[in-house]
Design a protein around this ligand. Structure first.
Ligand code: SAH
Length: 259
């Protein structure tokens, strides 16, 4: 899952990319107070290492070209180790995807940050966002810091349940998890300011574009395993403008649900 193979530059707001040498920083003002989370550290020494490792991860993401201070603050505020089984928690702040069971993975932090930045597209904050492919819930937790209400859909029931539990334990109450086939989106909650796919379809289902608000952004990988392209689409007056972001490697988007 999620190995970036393309060369990355600073992810700029899509609408403002005419001069890539000069990043447009529209969001340097940080959210006033990061939301407090119920962080559990298994032991105090380990906790200390975790926090240091987490700060180093944020520095690394900045070095790799993540510009949005809001996104970096969101990564800094979500305890990634709490989305992992205990045996893997010591590796939580490596910039790598890790297994979560059911042949699925937790996304690589760099990709989570990059996709979040592209979804915001220079907007300070979104009212609503839809994620397809909850997995362990880490990306949803990061989104919860920059979006008022997050909706996320997972096709594997035990993963959806576990994500819900983890988010509740962290005191994150603005994320709704649904067990369903995400290719249909979540039409009762439309329209969304942003839609993000964290599993790759051959091409983005039309149903998802129809749930995007005018001016909204959809970020998704498309294509076969091994040759996927991450892109973003801006919807303007019924037309979408597509922009390539990076070559990536995600798990495939599958149809139907698994109990
Ligand atoms: N967003 C996760 C990583 C997701 S891994 C994170 O934060 O780490 C991709 C997830 O997409 C898997 O859990 C997989 O079961 C799910 N998935 C695949 N096809 C899907 C579909 N049609 N609808 C909903 N979820 C789907």
């Amino acid at each position: 899952d999620y190995k970036v193979t393309g060369v990355q530059t600073c992810a700029l707001p899509i609408s403002g990319r005419s001069d890539p040498a000069r990043p447009t920083r529209t969001d340097t003002r940080l959210a006033a107070e990061p939301r407090r989370m119920n962080v559990t550290m298994s032991e105090s020494a380990g906790g200390f290492v975790s926090r240091r490792a987490q700060r180093r991860l944020v520095d690394r993401l900045r070095d790799r070209g993540i510009c949005s201070e809001r996104v970096l603050a969101a990564i800094a505020s979500v305890p990634r180790h709490q989305f992992l089984e205990e045996a893997l928690q010591s590796r939580a702040y490596e910039d790598t995807a890790l297994p979560i069971g059911y042949q699925q993975t937790i996304s690589q932090p760099y990709i989570v940050a990059l996709m979040t930045e592209c979804l915001l597209n220079g907007r300070p904050r979104l009212r609503t966002a839809l994620e397809i492919g909850t997995g362990c819930g880490y990306q949803a937790a990061v989104l919860s810091q920059v979006v008022d209400r997050v909706f996320t859909v997972e096709r594997i029931a035990p993963l959806a349940r576990r994500a819900q539990t983890t988010l509740a334990e962290l005191g994150i109450h603005n994320v709704a998890v649904r067990h369903a086939d995400g290719r249909e989106g979540w039409s009762a909650k439309r329209p969304f300011d942003g839609i993000m796919l964290t599993a790759a379809p051959d091409s983005v289902p039309q149903a998802l574009f129809s749930q995007l608000r005018d001016g909204g952004v959809l970020v998704a990988p498309e294509g076969d395993t091994g040759a996927q392209r991450l892109s973003s689409w801006i919807l303007k007056d019924g037309k979408t403008q597509k922009q390539f972001i990076a070559d990536v490697s995600f798990v495939p988007m599958l149809s139907g649900v698994k109990s």
